[in-house]
Design a protein around this ligand. Structure first.
Ligand code: FMN
Length: 219
């Protein structure tokens, strides 16, 4: 399976990127293909007014790497890892711009928009965030947005790892072990159960398979 991490911090030696790399390390450990893109190298301009901005053939005229990133890497991925520092209690502007500009590829008047939409959907997703503050409420905005995005795209949001850190790489010292949890999330990216029950969901009762019986001791 192909796992693509989109790192949205401008700090390439920062905390959220380190968490993203750890998710990828976990996935690689299970034999998956992994890749990481620093959005600041690729996406350099925000969404504009499409009506005035698009070229004669209807495609986006912003000359940066968003088109190639979306078409060549994002659509081809089986799982996406979205990595963001917490900025003003939300995701980074860089990640928001990447998401906003998906609109340029899904507009109904583009000839291949149905195909783009189909290939954007049904992926596994993971989110990693680093923030200076530890109060659980700091993440409410990020998790709400990521859950809604996953619901809209029909992605399975497998997990959110939150590391507490401020200076570069300091997330390694977070005693709650976010780097290790990110690795574990990557390792279980395609196996972890993702459930969202309704009252009438037919369900098995137990979440985890029962341990196989130990052979009775002889003698
Ligand atoms: C513009 C900006 C806004 C920030 N806003 C918050 C915030 O609202 N809450 C918080 O806990 N930390 C905030 N921080 C701190 C970062 O979330 C923290 O340093 C994080 O670990 C940076 O991740 P990075 O190393 O991946 O860039 C902010 C930092 C910057 C530069």
């Amino acid at each position: 399976m192909k796992v693509l991490a989109l790192s949205s911090s401008p700090r390439k030696d920062g905390n959220s990127r380190l968490l993203a790399q750890s998710v990828l390390d976990g996935a690689l450990n299970r034999g998956h293909d992994t890749d990481l893109v620093d959005l600041c190298d690729v996406v350099t301009a925000p969404l504009r007014d499409c009506r005035t901005c698009r070229g004669p053939d209807g495609t986006c005229s912003i000359a940066d790497g968003h088109h190639a990133l979306l078409r060549d890497k994002v659509l081809a991925a089986d799982a996406l890892v979205l990595a963001t520092p917490l900025y003003w209690y939300g995701i980074s502007g860089q990640l928001k711009i990447f998401i906003d500009r998906i609109f340029c590829h899904t507009r109904a008047d583009l000839p291949d928009s149905a195909e783009v939409k189909r290939r954007l959907m049904n992926k596994r997703a993971a989110v990693v965030v680093s923030s200076e503050e530890s109060y659980p409420g700091v993440l409410v905005g990020v998790t709400a947005q990521m859950q809604e995005l996953a619901r809209y795209l029909d992605h399975d949001l497998v997990g959110v790892v939150h590391g507490i850190a401020n200076s570069r790489g300091e997330v390694r010292r977070d005693p709650a072990g976010p780097v290790e949890r990110a690795f574990d999330l990557g390792a279980r990216l395609f196996d972890a159960p993702v459930t969202d029950y309704r009252m009438d969901t037919v369900r098995p009762g137990a979440v985890w398979p029962a341990p196989s019986r130990e052979p009775a001791p002889s003698g």
